[in-house]
Design a protein around this ligand. Sequence first.
Ligand code: ZN
Length: 151
Amino acid sequence: MADSKQLYQEVILDHNRKPRNWGVLADATHRAEGHNPLCGDRLTLYAKLDGDTISDLRFEGTGCAISKASASLLTDALKGKSKTEVKALFDKVHEMVISGKASDPGLGKLAAFAGVHKFPARVKCAILPWHALMAAVEGRGAPVSTESEDN
Ligand code: ZN
């Protein structure tokens, strides 16, 4: 039986109440919008890349607690990481929110989203900021939707 307490972990509630790295990044070199029409989440990710490394990361927009907390934790976790590290972590998070397995120590606080796998509609909320970030760092300009076919 899916219990909402497994979904709304304390770290998720905290990041929803006090999103880290919130707002426009004036000197962003990359940006992308993510939209989840099923929930109404609409977030913009701003990244500043220094060569291959993310030196700064911010976001803003509107969304549910899960999408906002996911974006907030993502921006905290990925500053200073290379594009290769970002892609590797994206793959781990994607796997985790589908399988519910958070055994990889590299996930850190992101492991709080493992409970999302019991709530299929919420998986898209959790992964939306990640799709937007990947689009941003890969230089894809078009907004990302969780309902497009390559997701
Ligand atoms: Zn949502």
